[in-house]
Write a protein that binds this ligand. Sequence first.
Ligand SMILES: [Zn+2]
Ligand SMILES: [Zn+2]
Length: 148
Amino acid sequence: MTGSRTPTTAEELRGAGLRVTAARVALLEAVRAGDHLGVEALAGGVRDRVGHVSLQAVYEGLHALAAAGLVRRIEPAGSPARFEGRVGDNHHHVVCRSCGLVVDVDCEAGEAPCLTASDDHGFAIDEAEVIYWGLCPDCSTPRSARAL
Ligand SMILES: [Zn+2]
Ligand SMILES: [Zn+2]
């Protein structure tokens, strides 16, 4: 940004062509403040900020924010959708098989698609979806070895 002030959340929504409501502003802020949160947790964050909002409204708001490119939706296999405010950089995720913790991993190549298909079968491939799976430090430490 060239010396201009940071736009407010409401201005970002308007700039993306979205209707600005207190609930949407709160939702975008909750996504950004959170760390790959699911819909229920985000609904809680919105309610803390603006009072009662239905789960349905949160779903619809997330759909609109994702379609506008303001939030990114990830869906690790076997896990409900989660949302994050870090968009547009093709970063990946490492997911803990045991507790479900999700952590960002920068893309090695920096842009999509960061893996080259051995055979593209004539497709114009524009993305490789990469999710690393494993055990987080807490879950990979044997219980007996943890200081309690
Ligand atoms: Zn874990
Ligand atoms: Zn992420």
